[in-house]
Ligand binder design. Structure first.
Ligand SMILES: NC(=O)c1ncn([C@@H]2O[C@H](COP(=O)(O)O)[C@@H](O)[C@H]2O)c1NC=O
Length: 506
C-alpha cells in the first residue's frame, strides 16, 4: 500500500476533478499544477504549488514546454530506494507520488478542422511524457491518464483512505499505456494519411463484449463505436452475427440510398429479397416476395422512413434487425411491442473505405469495392442492345450481385430481385440455383435480366438462362472465351453488356 503525499495535476478536461481534489485536501496531499489546472483547483479553495515555481522556469513557447523538466520528471521517475532518493535530495527534487493528466484532444481536433497549425498544437508532448513516466514507475507512483479514469482513481483512494495498492497502480499503468499508444496511433495516422508506406495501425477506443461469437462456444468482442451511426431501440443487444449482417445490409443499401423507396432482406450477409417501388409498403412486399422463406429471422433494411402500414406488414414475420433512416412514431410504437427485435435508425450511410480480414498469421486489407453500377459503363457486345427498361434492371441486378457471395447470379425484373444463387463453386450452379429459387416462389422469368459477378468461362449460363426466359445479361467480361457467350446470346436474341468490373466477394 502506498500513501499519496504529493501529486502533479495537469489536465485538459478540468470538470470531474472535484472529488479528487476533495480527497487530496482530506489527506493533506501537496498539489503541483500547471496554469489552467492550477486556476481551476484554486477556485475550489485548495492551495496549489505552481510547476513554474518548482522548475524555476515559466511555461514557455506557448505552453509547448511547461512540465518538461528534471525537477518534475526526477520526482516521478525516481525509484523509492536509497540511491535514487539520495539523488533527489542532492538536486533538491521533491518526490511526486501521483500524476493526473488529461491530454490535449488531438483526435477531436483532427475531426473539427483541417488547419494543420491548429492540429499540430494539439499534439500533447508534456502530458504524454508524464503519463509514460508515471506508468513506468507504477511500483512507487500512481498515474491517472485521462478524464475517463478519475472515477476509478477516487474509488481506489476511498477504499484505502488515500492510499493505493500495487495492483491498482499496475492497472492504472496499463490504462496509461493504452491512452498513450492510442494517442500516438492517432497522430501517426494523421501524418500517414498521404504516405505510400504500407502500415496498419488503428486507434479504437471502445469495445463491447458480445454474447458470443459466430457460435455460442466462441467468444466475441466488437471493437468500435456504433453510436454515431445508429440509434438503437429494443432491449436485445446486437450479436456478433447481427453486426456482420448489419454491415452487409448497410453496404448494400448505400447503393440505393438515392433511389426510390427500396427494401432489402438479407440472410447470412446475402440479400435474398430486394425491391425498388414507388412506395415503401410496395418495396417491402416486393422484397419479401423475393424469398419469403429465407426472410424468417433475417435482417431488413430500407432507404426510406418506415410508416405504419409497412410496419403492420413487417410485423407479421419474425426478423432480427430492422434498419431504416427513420420510423414514424406509430410504426415505432407498433414494432417496439414485439420483444427480441432490434430497430436501428441509421444516421449516416457510412461505408468504410478499407476493409480488413484476419487470416493465417496476419491481416489482409483492401479498398472496399466502391464501384457502383450507376457509375459503370455498360458496353453492348451483342447484335441486340438492351432496352432502356432492361438497362435499369441490369443496373439494379448488378448492384445486388456485388453484395452476394461469389459465385453468384442475380435475376431481376422491374426493380425486383426474382432469384439469386450465391456462394456456389461454379457459376452454372449459381445460375441454376437462381432460376430454381425464382420459379419456386412463383416468378415467371420471361423478360427478366441476369447479372453475374464475374465473367462466363463457357456459354452454358446463357443457354440455361435463355431457356428460362432471360432476355438481357450484364457481366464484367474478360474471359478468353467471351465470344462463345456473345455468340450464344446472338443466336437466342438475348442482349449482353460488359461492365469491365468484376465484383467477387469471398
Ligand atoms: N508542454 C508541456 O510540458 C505540458 N505539460 C502538460 N501539458 C498538458 O497541458 C494541459 C494542461 O494545461 P493547463 O493546466 O495549463 O490547462 C494538459 O492537457 C497536459 O497534458 C503540456 N502541454 C503539451 O505538451
Amino acid at each position: 500500500m502506498k500513501k499519496i503525499n504529493s501529486a502533479l495535476i495537469s489536465v485538459y478536461h478540468k470538470d470531474g476533478l472535484e472529488p479528487i481534489i476533495e480527497a487530496f485536501k482530506k489527506n493533506n496531499v501537496t498539489i503541483y499544477s500547471t496554469g489552467g489546472t492550477q486556476e481551476f483547483i484554486e477556485k475550489l479553495g485548495v492551495k496549489v504549488e505552481r510547476v513554474e515555481d518548482l522548475t524555476s522556469y515559466p511555461s514557455i513557447l506557448d505552453g509547448r514546454v511547461k512540465t518538461l523538466h528534471p525537477k518534475v520528471f526526477g520526482g516521478i521517475l525516481a525509484r523509492r530506494e536509497e540511491d535514487h532518493l539520495g539523488q533527489l535530495a542532492e538536486y533538491d527534487i521533491p518526490e511526486i507520488d501521483c500524476v493526473i493528466v488529461d491530454l490535449y484532444p488531438f483526435e477531436e481536433t483532427v475531426k473539427s478542422t483541417n488547419d494543420e497549425n491548429t492540429i499540430i498544437e494539439k499534439i500533447d508532448i508534456g502530458g504524454i511524457s508524464l503519463i509514460r513516466a508515471a506508468g513506468k514507475n507504477y511500483k512507487d507512483v500512481v498515474v491517472v491518464p485521462s478524464v475517463e479514469d478519475y472515477a476509478y482513481f477516487v474509488e481506489c483512494m476511498e477504499e484505502h483512505q488515500g492510499a493505493t495498492t500495487l495492483a491498482q497502480r499496475k492497472e492504472l499503468a496499463r490504462r496509461s499505456f493504452k491512452v498513450s499508444s492510442n494517442y500516438d496511433v492517432a497522430i501517426f495516422n494523421y501524418f500517414d494519411e498521404e504516405s505510400d508506406d504500407i502500415t496498419f495501425k488503428q486507434s479504437i477506443h471502445q469495445s463491447q463484449q458480445l454474447r458470443y461469437g459466430e457460435n455460442p462456444h466462441q467468444q466475441g468482442i466488437y471493437f468500435g463505436e456504433l453510436n454515431n451511426m445508429f440509434e438503437k431501440s429494443g432491449d436485445k443487444e446486437l450479436s456478433y452475427n447481427n453486426l456482420v449482417d448489419v454491415d452487409a445490409a448497410v453496404n448494400l443499401m448505400a447503393e440505393f440510398k438515392d433511389d426510390a423507396p427500396t427494401f432489402a432482406v438479407l440472410k447470412h450477409t446475402n440479400p435474398c429479397g430486394v425491391a425498388t417501388r414507388p412506395t415503401i409498403l410496395e418495396a417491402w412486399k416486393g422484397a419479401l416476395a423475393g424469398d419469403p422463406v429465407s426472410a424468417f429471422g433475417g435482417i431488413l433494411i430500407s432507404n426510406t422512413t418506415v410508416d405504419l402500414a409497412t410496419a403492420e406488414e413487417i410485423n407479421k414475420i419474425f426478423y432480427e434487425v430492422l434498419i431504416a433512416p427513420d420510423f414514424t412514431a406509430e410504426a415505432r410504437e407498433l414494432l417496439s411491442k414485439k420483444k427480441k427485435r432490434i430497430l436501428l435508425k441509421i444516421n449516416e450511410w457510412h461505408t468504410h473505405k478499407k476493409s480488413f480480414k484476419s487470416l493465417l498469421n496476419g491481416v489482409i486489407m483492401q479498398d472496399t469495392d466502391m464501384k457502383s453500377a450507376e457509375k459503370l459503363t455498360f458496353e453492348t457486345k451483342t447484335d441486340k442492345a438492351p432496352t432502356e427498361a432492361q438497362i435499369k434492371d441490369l443496373k439494379f441486378a448488378n448492384k445486388c450481385v456485388k453484395h452476394l457471395k461469389s459465385n453468384t447470379i442475380v435475376l431481376a425484373r422491374d426493380g425486383q430481385l426474382l432469384g439469386m444463387g450465391c456462394g456456389q463453386t461454379s457459376r452454372v450452379d449459381a445460375c441454376r440455383q437462381a432460376i430454381a429459387k425464382a420459379q419456386n416462389f412463383g416468378f415467371d422469368l420471361e423478360g427478366s435480366v441476369m447479372a453475374s459477378d464475374a465473367f462466363f468461362p463457357f456459354p452454358d449460363c446463357v443457354e440455361i438462362a435463355s431457356e428460362a426466359g432471360i432476355k438481357a445479361v450484364v457481366q464484367p467480361g474478360g474471359s478468353i472465351k467471351d465470344q462463345l457467350s456473345i455468340d450464344e446470346c446472338n443466336k437466342r436474341g438475348v442482349s449482353m453488356v460488359f461492365t469491365g468490373t468484376r465484383h467477387f466477394k469471398h
